[in-house]
Write a protein that binds this ligand. Structure first.
Ligand SMILES: Cc1cc2nc3c(=O)[nH]c(=O)nc-3n(C[C@H](O)[C@H](O)[C@H](O)COP(=O)(O)OP(=O)(O)OC[C@H]3O[C@@H](n4cnc5c(N)ncnc54)[C@H](O)[C@@H]3O)c2cc1C
Length: 432
């Protein structure tokens, strides 16, 4: 466990004395390459498998449950769906299936060769397939057991705003479709291509535009490139004692640009707000020019704000290249509590009361009994005293409580609690 970095977030008197710089440019940050799986959610080294004994085991090393057996999971699933599932009767994935041949626009390829290096252009089939979908059940099923009829024909990896502006011009000149790509985590089919599109479709992957450019401890703002992945920008800001506080469940893979383009919501919104509350400026390359400003105040009363149109625009109005976001000092302590209610209605009543109390935790989630049971089955097999404790808890929940429905609140996703290499603030946990 590490304390907040030294020097800490500047105090009011430090700011008044003028010893604190305004915008502090940050040196280039190079996160270690850690590619995701192309055909399923997550990293290739993590996942679930069934052991010879027919027990589910969490593979890998990244998470708290990694390497553990989850003996309750399959029996619980069998009970819930009332089917005696055979764990070894697997519907084998056919990934990647049939991948549509690319449409090639020679004029566009010729034009981009003038300003992009060869390693910024990719026409690999599986990479193209990955840029053509998000994470809906339908899309994930299609890539494993069916096919996507239309996907991007080419991927480009621009490195700065100027290259994006040139890409847009080349697309206009050659009648090519550009689709910005962040983490590919959307669940709204935002990346699915129109099957009848005859023009060349080019995915503009923002991967290389991933930097926290500057932080401003006086005005509590940071300038961040749109391709910055949630887990990286969170770590980077934490190095300097700050957080953006935006934590969608997809934080590991989704990007700042994607959050803005999909109007995302984070689980700590009670404390920090949703993405629309956190963005104070945005730079967008549109078909008709660039929306950008040299300076930005936290708020202005000057009528309609066209930058707001970008929220939720899903790439239709232009390519977001960077944004100015609000930042907050990291909390000194994070507390987690779980409360068990006799009935679900009691939990709902509590949530209403909590809303009116004006004293919200950063995150509060009411889960029903099924979700609660699932979370219990995802716990590693315990031993010794903790096994007895776990047994007593389970007995209480399943035998004695009236309805066994529960409320949980947790300010960070479980993978963050589990990550071994992070240095979060002090955490305290209790169950009520
Ligand atoms: C397991 C899981 C958990 C999730 N949890 C949440 C959650 O808690 N809250 C929530 O709101 N959503 C959640 N989502 C949905 C998804 O993560 C969000 O919609 C996220 O904001 C998408 O970001 P992305 O970078 O992956 O965008 P992508 O999926 O790559 O793109 C989404 C859309 O935005 C456009 N786009 C991407 N980058 C840019 C850019 N730079 N400029 C212009 N347009 C761009 C794309 O063209 C596309 O139309 C979850 C999804 C999954 C699979």
């Amino acid at each position: 466990m590490t304390e907040r970095p030294d020097p800490p977030v500047p105090s009011g008197s430090m700011l008044v004395s003028g010893t604190v710089q305004g915008r502090i440019p940050l040196p280039k940050y190079e996160p270690k390459p850690d590619p995701e799986s192309l055909d399923v959610w997550g990293f290739p080294d993590s996942g679930f498998e069934v052991t010879d004994k027919g027990v589910v085991k969490a593979r890998g090393h990244r998470y708290e449950i990694s390497g553990s057996e989850l003996p309750d999971l399959l029996p619980w699933m069998r009970g819930v769906i009332e089917v005696d599932l055979d764990a070894f009767d697997v519907h084998e994935s056919q990934y990647p299936g049939v991948i549509p041949a690319p449409v090639v626009n020679d004029g566009f390829r010729h034009a981009i060769a003038d300003f992009l290096d060869s390693d910024q252009i990719d026409d690999d089939d599986q990479e193209r397939l990955r840029r053509g979908h998000g994470h809906t059940q339908e899309e994930m099923y299609a890539i494993k057991y069916g096919a996507l009829p239309r996907i991007p024909d080419l991927i480009v990896f621009p490195g700065d705003d100027l290259e994006i502006a040139k890409l847009v011009q080349a697309a206009i000149d050659n009648d090519v479709v550009l689709v910005p790509y962040g983490g590919g985590t959307n669940v709204t089919e935002a990346l699915r291509c129109d099957p009848d599109e005859t023009r060349m479709i080019v995915a503009v992957d923002m991967l290389r535009m991933d930097q926290v450019l500057w932080i401003d401890p006086t005005n509590l703002e940071a300038g961040i490139q749109a391709g910055a992945v949630g887990r990286h920008l969170t770590d980077r800001l934490a190095e300097f004692g700050f957080t953006m506080g935006h934590e969608p469940d997809s934080l590991e893979f989704s990007t700042l640009g994607g959050w803005i383009a999909t109007h995302a919501s984070g689980m700590k919104k009670n404390r920090y707000g949703n993405i629309e509350d956190l963005i104070t400026d945005v730079t967008v390359v549109t078909r008709d020019g660039v929306i950008s400003r040299n300076n930005v105040g936290p708020r202005e009363s000057i009528g309609a704000d066209p930058r707001r149109f970008i929220l939720g625009s899903e790439g239709n109005l232009g390519i977001i290249t960077q944004a100015t976001v609000k930042i907050f000092p990291l909390p000194e302590v994070q507390k987690y509590q779980a409360i068990l209610f006799p009935t679900f209605a009691d939990g709902v009543a509590f949530m209403y009361d909590l809303t009116r109390s004006g004293n919200w935790p950063a995150s509060a989630r009411l889960v029903d009994n099924l979700q609660f049971q699932l979370s219990q089955t995802l716990k590693a097999k315990s031993s010794g005293l903790s096994r007895i404790k776990s047994h007593v808890e389970k007995l209480f929940v399943t035998r004695f409580s009236r309805d066994s429905r529960s409320i949980r609140w947790s300010p960070v996703p479980s993978f963050l609690k589990a990550a071994k290499n992070r240095s979060p603030p002090k955490k305290q946990r209790s169950n009520v």
